[in-house]
Design a binder for this molecule. Structure first.
Ligand SMILES: *Cc1c(COP(=O)(O)O)cnc(C)c1O
Length: 427
């Protein structure tokens, strides 16, 4: 079949392809090791003369099939699963940055990623400069240094729900000879393919919509295969010069478009080992089978709830990319024409405690350190996920102290609105 398949079909059918008489559903290969007839065969695998599975930290058939499905959904050439979204973002950056390197990230990103980039990676000698997504081209370009290796942003920022101008940041990154990495967790490949807009590498926390049922923690990195590492060889020696720990191979020479993904697996995963359990990848795959259906319902619900909140005089402000009043509306029309996601941000009139009282009064919508789940949930970043940040850092990360992050699930919108109403009525 040469026809390009649509997203709904890929969600259901990409990845696992059963053989005649084989199981129709993806098998869980919950095995550490794989059996070979003799030591010669095993030696060939280690010498890279033959391809095959030998140890699950390096590769596992269940994990690989799920990675293949996500790769197909994003339109990439290679993908690797990780045990969390945090691991995915760390590996994606660490695959091309080492001690003494620098990179640029948007400042309104997930709190965990903000810490990883700003604090933990600094301890590894990798420095990150945070820029506002609203900065001008000149302001952003002024942040590039000779040792800058990449630019990073989130398609829809968590928790601010701002839409990232992928095409603009890709142009700026490429002008300076570096790739753009985009965390596409909130939009999912159903609503946006960052590769279509010049992004080079996509990351995901599969814990969110992809799983959708809050049943596993996982991540994924997908490479478009489009970035020309050799054209900027001096910036990326890890990919363009021999790897002594991997048979002296040069990734770009030996693996071509698969260079970045092969290094991820053969070097980083081998040495750092944040692999998902095959059982978790099986659960993730079940979630992916209905991703297209769930995303549509998440978006419908969030649009209804956002419109309701905007009309209630007790609400100070609402940000949802689907509202014409949103600063992200134009960008959402461009990058997310079929809908953005189920997450919205809003603030209530009154003091900071008003948010806490409101959240405690909700019944259906539960307080949870989670988003992008079938069940609606709510969080106050200033007192939960981002509580380690000072007021100054909160402002820097674009988070208002009164910001409530509401993740609309796939329940009935009327029931969600009724729950919000009764909680507001309690004052
Ligand atoms: C949750 C999240 C992460 C971190 O993922 P985990 O699976 O929780 O490690 C990274 N980026 C975004 C946008 C997220 O929402």
């Amino acid at each position: 079949m040469n026809r390009k398949l649509n997203k709904a079909t890929l969600c259901v059918q990409a990845g696992w392809q059963p053989e005649n008489g084989g199981p129709r559903q993806l098998p869980i290969i919950q095995s550490t090791t794989f059996n070979y007839a003799n030591s010669e065969e095993m030696a060939m695998l280690f010498d890279l003369k033959k391809e095959g599975y030998f140890y699950t930290r390096l590769q596992n058939p269940t994990n690989d099939q799920v990675a293949a499905k996500i790769c197909a959904l994003e339109g990439g050439v290679g993908a690797m699963l990780t045990s969390s979204g945090q691991a995915a973002n760390f590996y994606a950056v660490f695959n091309i940055c080492g001690a003494g390197d620098h990179f640029i990230s948007c400042n309104d990103i997930y709190g965990g990623t903000f810490n990883l980039f700003g604090v933990t990676m600094k301890k590894l000698g990798i420095e990150c400069t945070f820029v506002s997504p609203d900065a001008t081209d000149e302001e952003i370009e002024a942040q590039f240094r000779p040792n800058t290796k990449l630019v990073f942003g989130e398609t829809i920022s968590n928790p601010g729900c701002k839409v990232f101008d992928i095409e603009r940041f890709a142009r700026l990154a490429h002008k300076h000879g570096v790739p753009l990495i985009v965390d596409n967790t909130f939009a999912t490949p159903v609503n946006c393919n960052p590769f279509d807009w010049g992004c080079d590498i996509v990351t995901h926390s599969t814990t969110k919509y992809m799983d959708g049922h809050g049943s596993q923690v996982g991540g994924c990195i997908v490479d478009s295969g489009n970035f020309d590492w050799d054209a900027n060889a001096d910036k990326f020696p890890g990919l363009t010069t021999p790897d002594e720990s991997y048979h002296g191979l040069t990734y770009t020479k030996t693996f071509g478009k698969m260079a970045y993904t092969t290094k991820l697996v053969a070097q980083l995963m081998r040495d750092l080992g944040s692999i998902p359990a095959p059982q978790n990848s099986f659960l993730l795959n079940l979630g992916l089978e209905t991703l297209h259906l769930r995303m549509a319902q998440h978006c419908r619900n969030a649009q209804r709830v956002a419109e309701y909140l905007e009309s209630d005089p007790r609400v100070a402000w609402v940000n949802y990319p689907g509202l014409p009043s949103s600063k992200s509306y134009e960008l959402a029309q461009k990058y997310l024409p079929n809908g953005s996601c189920g997450v919205l941000a809003f603030g209530l009139k009154g003091d900071r405690d008003r948010a806490i009282r409101f959240m405690d009064a909700l019944r259906l919508i539960r307080i949870a350190t989670h988003v992008a789940d079938a069940r609606s949930c709510v969080l106050h970043p200033a007192s939960h996920t981002h509580r380690q940040l000072s007021d100054e850092q909160l402002a820097e990360a674009g988070i208002a102290p009164d910001l409530i992050r509401l993740s609309c699930g796939i329940e009935d919108a009327d029931d969600l609105i009724a729950d919000i109403q009764q909680a507001l009525d309690k004052g």
